[in-house]
Ligand binder design. Sequence first.
Ligand code: FMN
Length: 143
Amino acid sequence: MELKALVVYATRYGSSKRAAEIVGKTLGEGTEIVNVEKFPSPESYDLVVFVAPIYGDGPLKPMMEYIERYKEKLEEVPKAFLLLALDTSGVVFRGELHGGILYSKPLVEAFEVPPFTASSLGASSTRTSSMTTTEKFSKGFTQ
Ligand SMILES: Cc1cc2nc3c(=O)[nH]c(=O)nc-3n(C[C@H](O)[C@H](O)[C@H](O)COP(=O)(O)O)c2cc1C
């Protein structure tokens, strides 16, 4: 029987959309890939995969808003996630870990039954080609 999966992604510059497409292709033909801003209902899927970039201390806000909106329904569905970040290892400062796997904390702690966490954090760079010149300069990218 074909797996009916929903891959929801949030993105600013397109990297997470591309990652979601790769995940979707891997999962097979019964997979739908939808931007979280369309708020697709997670009901009636066998699996929901969240794909989102890290900005600041956690996943991009629209992803957390999506999870908040469908929290009860999502508790009932098997879930997995892939987060894209520059800092996948994190740093230890005064004996405490910052960044790295801890970026996934808001997403994991949003649920009673947490999502699968294998391979949860992928190294990624920003697709500057989809930034405007002003954005590039304001974020320190020179090319
Ligand atoms: C302004 C800005 C802030 C970022 N902040 C973080 C961060 O705090 N930690 C991190 O690991 N990666 C950070 N990143 C890297 C992004 O998570 C990464 O480039 C991601 O692939 C971007 O995904 P998107 O193209 O789907 O928006 C930041 C990138 C930008 C442009």
